[in-house]
Design a protein around this ligand. Structure first.
Ligand code: NAP
Length: 247
């Protein structure tokens, strides 16, 4: 996949940095978007440059802010001249008791996870369409489909919205841009780091493989969807959750 450019949002750590590493290993030039952790994004970039012969660009942008997303796309086009693949991975989760949630926090979850996915898709699609097409891969969650805990009702709603958005983007941009969605179950990242040992055991007991995923196990599926091997996969919602009891 040489001469291909992929923008991965939220690539400073977790699943996003694993996707960037997998893409770079496959010869893809990568743009690492980050929000708060510039140093972490730079470390990912250095690791990629040390190991692989690809170009890497780090770009700071809050995906929830339209002006910042537009500026990020312009920066990518100035540097690479195009965007072939967009991975909408940036996401946040702030669990709290449903009755104690503030509207501001609920809105922030929707803004980053759902509006951010919309904004990045909108501005990347404009660039892709000018050059014939591309691919968009959205990272949702099994929380969009299954119900876990009411504490994450805002997160679940945002991720359900990402699935709906995937279907609409696929319709809008076919046949030029293929749009797919990956729904991970539990993955070992900072996002799942706050669970107690008891909670981890309880959740692992519901997974047929009895363990959380490594970020790389999600990243490899995203790479497959981004590759020419997935040329007839469009508008699909793909679970990467190890199989779950009582779906
Ligand atoms: P993580 O380790 O918490 O990393 C989140 C990433 O998103 C960071 O790179 C962060 O950048 C970035 N980010 C957060 N807010 C942003 C914003 N406003 N603008 C741009 N970037 C922003 O999370 P993760 O576990 O890797 O999750 C990645 C994606 O997978 C998310 O969409 C998440 O919902 C989804 N997912 C995760 C799991 C899981 O169990 N971990 C399961 C299902 C789905 P900074 O560090 O620079 O702030």
């Amino acid at each position: 996949m040489s001469n291909v450019v992929a923008l991965i949002t939220g690539a400073s750590r977790g699943i996003g940095s694993a996707i960037a590493m997998e893409f770079a290993k496959a010869g893809v030039n990568v743009v690492l978007n980050y929000h708060r952790h510039a140093l972490m994004a730079q470390r990912v970039a250095e690791k990629i440059k040390d190991k692989y012969d690809v170009d890497v660009l780090c770009v700071k942008a809050d995906v929830a802010v339209e002006e910042e997303v537009e500026a990020m796309m312009n920066q990518v086009v100035d540097h690479f001249g195009k965007i072939d693949i967009l991975v909408n991975n940036a996401g946040i989760c702030r669990d709290s008791l449903l009755l104690e949630k503030s509207v501001a926090n609920f809105r922030r979850i929707l803004d980053v996870n759902l509006i951010g996915t919309y904004l990045c898709s909108k501005y990347a699609a404009k660039v892709m369409l000018e050059r014939g097409g591309g691919k968009i891969i959205n990272i949702s969650s099994t929380n969009a489909i299954d119900t876990y805990y009411p504490e994450s009702c805002d997160y679940d709603a945002s991720k359900a919205g990402v699935i709906s958005l995937t279907h609409n983007l696929a319709r809008e941009f076919a046949p030029h841009i293929l749009v797919n969605c990956v729904c991970p179950g539990w993955v070992k990242t900072d996002m799942s780091d706050g669970l107690s040992i008891e909670q981890i055991q309880e959740e692992e007991n519901k997974i047929l493989l009895h363990r959380f995923a490594d970020p790389e196990e999600v990243a490899k599926v995203v790479l497959f969807l981004a590759s020419s091997k997935a040329s007839y996969i469009n508008d699909s919602i793909i679970r990467v959750d190890g199989g779950k009891l009582n779906n």
